[in-house]
Design a protein around this ligand. Structure first.
Ligand SMILES: *Cc1c(COP(=O)(O)O)cnc(C)c1O
Length: 442
């Protein structure tokens, strides 16, 4: 008989109200010997991205300035902090993945990385590259593209992963197929079709689209499926963000140590992106970084997934009476990645759930005070600081980790995960909705 998780927690979840859950399995000291990946794996992923940088710079003119690296800014948001979080001790910052070039969301990290891994291995196999020291610009020669065009890359997505995989795959000459789940926004599908990517629309949820996409791809030996539920390459690509953030914090003289805790708030879908980043950050900053995931009240799949002790006992949001419905399409996932849950089990501090209305309010406030534009999913982290600093549960965490005396020197980093490509009229609608909620005190 499988031990069903805590009935009180199940009851709490089923009310679909926002709350903070602390992970009882969290250990401030990470047992590095029990981890499936190491800091060296993350560093070698970063090296691979550097090998491809000259090629990416050629393919995507927007990468001119960064010399082919896809990276976002670390920035303080003093106006937002002053206006919306006046009582928050410490410093409020964002990691601006909403503006990541090429894919317009955090998926540029994992998705593009995995396609580059596949591309590199095919190029070596077909002797387009003689070794990893070779000139990667050879990969845009006509004969290389001709070879890549025989291969397919497939993925299932609620929107953004499909955008990232579709854009990079078609730029390299691969045949790309994206299986979109029901919540995918029309503009995301349109943008892909314009680039020659074939988009298959599913009327089912994300987990069903992954199963369908995986099955179809496995039937074709020339097709490679990017498996968001089981991919250590996606995860490693996301983890590289931690190395980059470390440098950015240093450059901006933001200390992270026993006296200067770093709280990181990450919007979470299937778990790969926030999980990979958490994994990387814990490798670098150990007990001094505290990572919390943000999930929609109707789709807290990782919170639920972390209650399971194996893939067989992992429940979906439907199993606790929730619906997965949310305007945060990037987070609309019914079942977590079991693999990611097992890797983050002891390193994630907790999860808070977020109502859709909060997303729109924060999205509007960030626009109003900082002129920054996000898609709804990307605003989920903004509810974090309040949960940690003001709720009873949050205070319990601060007490237990001995952080109460260091809050004035803390940094609260909100990961803003998507938005660059949202069409202006769509963006205006979201902002207007948030403005109305605030004016009507909702
Ligand atoms: C995909 C996505 C996330 C979460 O990533 P997962 O790997 O699914 O957990 C967060 N924000 C946005 C905008 C996304 O597209």
């Amino acid at each position: 008989m499988t031990p069903l998780f805590d009935p009180a927690l199940k009851e709490q979840l089923s009310t679909a109200a926002s709350f903070l859950w602390l992970n009882p399995a969290y250990r401030s000291k990470m047992d590095k010997t029990r981890q499936p990946l190491s800091i060296d794996d993350i560093k070698s992923a970063d090296l691979r991205l550097h090998r491809f940088a000259p090629l990416l710079q050629k393919l995507f003119p927007e990468l001119q300035q960064s010399h082919g690296l896809i990276e976002s800014e670390l920035q303080a948001i003093p106006n937002m902090q002053h206006a919306v979080f006046p009582e928050l001790p410490g410093k409020l910052m964002i990691k601006a993945d909403h503006a990541l070039p090429v894919a317009g969301s955090i998926k540029a990290r994992g998705g593009i990385y995995e396609v580059l891994c596949h591309c590199e291995s095919l190029a070596l196999k077909h002797s387009i590259l003689s070794s990893t020291e070779d000139n990667y610009l050879k990969l845009i020669d006509t004969d290389a593209r001709e070879i890549f065009s025989r291969y397919k890359i497939a993925v299932s997505s609620t929107g953004n992963l499909g955008l990232s995989i579709g854009i990079i795959s078609s730029a390299l000459g691969f045949n790309a197929t994206v299986h979109m789940s029901a919540e995918a926004k029309d503009w995301k599908k349109k943008r892909l079709r314009e680039r020659g990517v074939s988009v298959i629309e599913h009327s089912d949820d994300y987990s069903a689209a992954v199963t369908a996409g995986r099955q179809q791809s496995e039937a074709d030996p020339l097709s490679y499926f990017i498996d968001d539920e089981n991919s250590s390459q996606l995860f490693t690509g996301y983890a590289v963000a931690a190395l980059r953030l470390k440098e950015q914090l240093k450059a901006q003289q933001v200390a992270v140590d026993a006296e200067h805790p770093l709280f990181v708030y990450l919007p979470c879908g299937v778990g790969g992106a926030p999980g990979g980043i958490t994994f990387g950050l814990k490798q670098i900053f150990g007990p001094y970084v505290h990572c919390f995931f943000a999930e929609p009240v109707q789709a807290p799949c990782v919170l639920i997934g972390l209650q399971a002790d194996s893939e067989e006992t992992l429940l979906s949001v439907y199993d606790v009476g929730l619906t997965v419905t949310t305007e945060a399409d990037g987070l609309a996932v019914s079942k977590a990645s079991a693999w990611v849950c097992s890797v983050i089990k002891n390193i994630l501090s907790g999860v808070f759930t977020v109502e859709d209305n909060s997303l729109f309010r924060h999205l509007y406030q960030l626009y109003l005070h900082e002129n920054i534009t996000l898609e709804p999913s990307a605003a989920a982290g903004f509810s974090g600081p309040e949960h940690i600093i003001q709720s009873e549960t949050g205070r319990r965490y601060l007490e237990q980790e001995n952080l109460l005396g260091h809050l004035d020197k803390a940094t609260h980093l909100i990961w803003t995960t998507g938005g660059l490509f949202v069409p202006p009229e769509e963006m205006k609608k979201s902002q207007h909705y948030g403005q109305q909620l605030i004016e009507n005190n909702n």
